[in-house]
Design a protein around this ligand. Sequence first.
Ligand code: ZN
Length: 224
Amino acid sequence: MATPKKVFVSYKYSDVVEGRVDKFNFRDKLIDELDGRGLVHKGEDNESFDLKDYKRDQIISKIHPFVKNSSITVVFITPNAIKSQWIPWEISISLRKRTYDNEQNMTRNGIIGVYLPLDSNNIPVEFGGNYNFYKKLKSCGTITHFTSKFPNMIADNAFNLKNGAHTCGSGCCDSVYDSSTGSYIELVDWDTFIDDIDEYIDRAWKRREKFDNYNCRIKLNEGN
Ligand SMILES: [Zn+2]
């Protein structure tokens, strides 16, 4: 890897941090693993904060300083992420074209969507546990991802490689995408991701360099 990439971490506080200790405080575990490369905007940590009280430019000015110093965004996909006011903005700003002086700040971020091992009651499942809340393995080997449970900004920027859809080997699924290149926001399980963070960062960087090959939605639709 040519340059150590700085990583902006986007998350729903109540799912990822609140009441979580040790390895189940997923945000802090990732920040530790990133060893100085991680950046977080703790906008949601303060429960009294309501984004509806802020104007568009104020929201952008709060998030932008963190994103502009990163080149990769990791967004945690969790049961209540869909209710987050911050995640859509953080994805949107990560996708915007920016021009800065050095490589770190050159332009948009590559993005990785990481599924956390939480069950539908939001309880952490032991390492190696299931991710059934988010997806299902079909008998043909294709994985169906339950994108309606995602924040729209994630769902709309996954499975979006232009001409990337193909049929599965058994012929029963007609819009299958390659897991590493088929989505601008690659979707990966926490267990897999945390064991090989740099590989996923490298892949996100490569997709970012091929941004035009993807149908990405950058702007929010009515806050989503
Ligand atoms: Zn199939």
